[in-house]
Design a protein around this ligand. Structure first.
Ligand SMILES: C[S@@+](CC[C@H](N)C(=O)[O-])C[C@H]1O[C@@H](n2cnc3c(N)ncnc32)[C@H](O)[C@@H]1O
Length: 313
């Protein structure tokens, strides 16, 4: 994508989100270099259980994971971020021929990929800057191997149902009939645990949430004042999801490329969803494309890592 096209598409999405009855912004715009680093800080927080729990699941089941992935695998990771969990796979598995990290946050992606290539010189690493909600065009020259999409972090929980379906379709296309899908899915649990994870006491999640405004200011030349918004995370029981919002502290207006957007005091911008599942619900969601072949969880059943294969026939 050229820079001009990216900017136009960002402007369209931002205007679309800010002119509806419930204002919203696409969560992918949290992530510029600062946003990626803030997310990494979140993953280190005491209250933020998903990263720690998923890492443990990966480490404790590495041998079984190796058996499931087959002789030679090419790992493809949409939304790779720090590739921190992938390091566990690259270190612990002997059957990885190639790794393709894919992320929208380009500078961060390329710096992580070059560090990884130094650490794992025997594995072909080809970083790809792309928006996985559109489509994913893999590089032409890939090493030989079984295509395995790795999608940890329960990032699938950030998608609304129609986007989940589109994304699963893209993954099914990538892996073909012989590939596999290794995916992290966060499970339903005590609401207090969930709320604490998205309302941390150090305020890092609040900074991350407001970074969406800073990122948009830089890319679109808008003048959002992040100090005029408060971070809020709530549990939406009906939709079974944590929602992050930015709540406007006082009435004001913001110019977005010639359009005036008015904010009322107390009005929210909905910035992110994180859906939580039961194992049965998750299996049902993926079922048009994939069969769940193996589920690993932690001792509290807070998080799941799932090995899926494409439906045959
Ligand atoms: C929640 S983080 C997860 C990072 C990592 N996979 C993990 O499990 O810790 C989401 C990552 O996806 C990237 N991302 C978000 N939306 C994206 C999009 N539409 N296309 C490509 N990457 C995206 C972000 O830049 C970020 O690195």
């Amino acid at each position: 994508m050229t820079k001009v096209k990216e900017r136009t598409s960002m402007l369209d999405e931002v205007l679309h989100g800010l002119t509806g009855p419930q204002k919203s912004l696409p969560s992918k715009y949290f992530y510029d270099e600062r946003g990626s680093r803030l997310f990494d800080e979140i993953t280190e927080l005491e209250e933020y259980y998903p990263t720690r729990t998923e890492r443990n699941i990966l480490e404790q089941n590495i041998e079984e994971i190796e058996c499931h992935l087959g002789e030679e695998a090419i790992l493809i990771e949409p939304g790779s971020g720090s590739s921190d969990k992938t390091r566990i796979l690259l270190k612990g598995l002997n059957n990885i021929a190639g790794y393709i990290p894919i992320d929208i946050s380009g500078d961060y992606l390329f710096s992580v990929a070059s560090e990884l290539q130094k650490a794992f010189p025997e594995i072909t690493i080809q970083a790809l800057q792309a928006d996985y909600t559109h489509s994913i065009d893999l590089p032409d020259a890939l090493p030989e191997g079984r295509k395995v999409v790795f999608f940890p972090g329960s990032t699938i929980g950030n998608f609304k149902r129609d986007t989940v379906d589109r994304f699963l379709n893209v993954v099914a296309d990538i892996v073909g009939s012989n590939g596999a899908f290794l995916i992290g899915a966060d499970l339903k649990k005590d609401i207090d645990v969930l709320l604490a994870a998205y309302n941390d006491s150090k305020g890092i999640t609040a900074e991350f949430n407001k970074n969406i405004l800073r990122h948009i200011n830089r890319e679109l030349g808008t003048d959002f004042n992040p100090d005029l918004f408060d971070h809020k995370a709530i549990w939406n029981e009906e939709e079974s999801r944590i929602e992050m919002h930015l709540i406007c502290r006082e009435a004001h207006e913001v110019e977005v490329a010639g359009t005036t957007v008015s904010f009322r005091k107390g009005e929210s911008i909905h910035t992110e969803n994180s859906h939580k599942y039961t194992l049965a619900e998750f299996s049902e969601i993926v079922s048009p494309w994939f069969d769940v072949k193996k589920v690993w969880t932690d001792e509290k059943d807070w998080f799941s890592l799932q090995y899926l294969e494409p439906k045959q026939g």
